[in-house]
Design a protein around this ligand. Structure first.
Ligand SMILES: O=C(O)C(=O)C[C@]1(C(=O)O)C=C[C@@H](O)C=C1
Length: 290
């Protein structure tokens, strides 16, 4: 059976771009219209792996995705970063003054807030993904609506770009996780140098600092810490932490100690640090047309 990769969005979305860069140009994707659907596709075995955005350098973390990964016991088997270039597009011949509504994925709209503050006559409407709104505007020949999406989406669906590079900070980057329902389903057998963990601690003076000191003692370099509320227990938090390391044995030893110190410790996955690969990608790289 050919391996299927669940993505949020359709062909021409940023998730699609990631799937093609990570798995190869002829990757077989399962298009899902929400992150919940992506997870369902994995847990029901419809897809073997998935790509899921987790944070953006302008808009921040996608917190519900941490909960989805955790609650469904998904494994993080890789990560991939891409530079994100946002463009405003409409059917050919339209001007920005003609546009009354702009549709896109919520994270995409957040990344362009500053641009739209100059156009108060435009209403921003959240939608499933960047590419599907571009497709719909094209199919309906909408005269007063526009989409925020990639240049690839404009090319795929025959739209004209009214303004390019409209994201607030030019070095806009999104980090995506590669997920699987089982640990065995790894795609790359290279030894891991990054890990994502989650822990919950008793809330007492200095408990988080003691846990972080263990990471430091074992030379684990923390690249991210995210607190997420524990839903059943108001004002209690789970900490999601990413670390990079040179020696996997040090990671294993640190986890043995953290296991004892915490109420709950979960290793969400060990994988290859994707930032090293980003350094070699040109800023304008995008999905080639099929
Ligand atoms: O709508 C898309 O094209 C997506 O792939 C979704 C998504 C996201 O989930 O953050 C991906 C990257 C960008 O940061 C904006 C939107």
């Amino acid at each position: 059976m050919e391996e299927k990769i669940a993505i949020q969005g359709i062909e021409g979305s940023f998730h699609h771009q990631v799937a093609r860069e990570y798995f190869g140009l002829d990757v077989l994707v399962e298009e899902c219209m929400s992150f919940g659907e992506v997870v369902k596709s994995l847990t029901t075995g419809q897809s073997q792996k998935a790509v899921m955005a987790i944070e953006n350098s302008i808009a921040g973390s996608i917190l519900p995705n941490y909960a989805l990964i955790d609650e469904n016991n998904l494994k993080i088997i890789g990560e991939h970063y891409i530079p994100i270039q946002m463009n405003l597009m409409a059917v050919p011949g339209r001007k920005i003054e003609d546009i009354k509504k702009v549709f896109s994925h919520p994270m995409a709209l957040l990344q362009c807030k500053e641009f739209f503050s100059n156009y108060p006559h435009i209403r921003l409407v959240e939608d499933a993904d960047t590419a599907s709104v571009a497709k719909r505007i094209s199919e309906n020949n909408s005269q007063h609506s526009a989409a925020v999406a990639s240049q690839t989406a404009a090319e795929l669906f025959g739209l004209e770009i009214l303004a390019s590079g409209i994201h607030t900070i030019k070095s806009n980057t999104t980090r995506f996780l590669v997920l699987s329902a089982t640990e065995e389903n790894r795609s790359r057998q290279i030894s891991p140098n990054k890990a994502s963990i989650k822990f919950v601690m008793e809330s007492r003076h200095g408990s988080l600092v003691s846990a972080l000191n263990i990471l430091r003692d074992f030379n684990l370099d923390m690249t991210k810490i995210q607190s997420v509320p524990v839903i059943e227990m108001p004002w209690k938090y789970a900490f999601f932490i990413d670390v990079i390391f040179d020696e996997p044995e040090r990671f294993v030893r640190a986890m043995e100690i953290l296991e004892v110190m915490t109420e709950e410790l979960k290793i969400l996955g060990t994988y290859q640090n994707g930032l090293e690969a980003l350094a070699s990608v040109p800023a304008s790289a995008s999905v080639a047309k099929k």
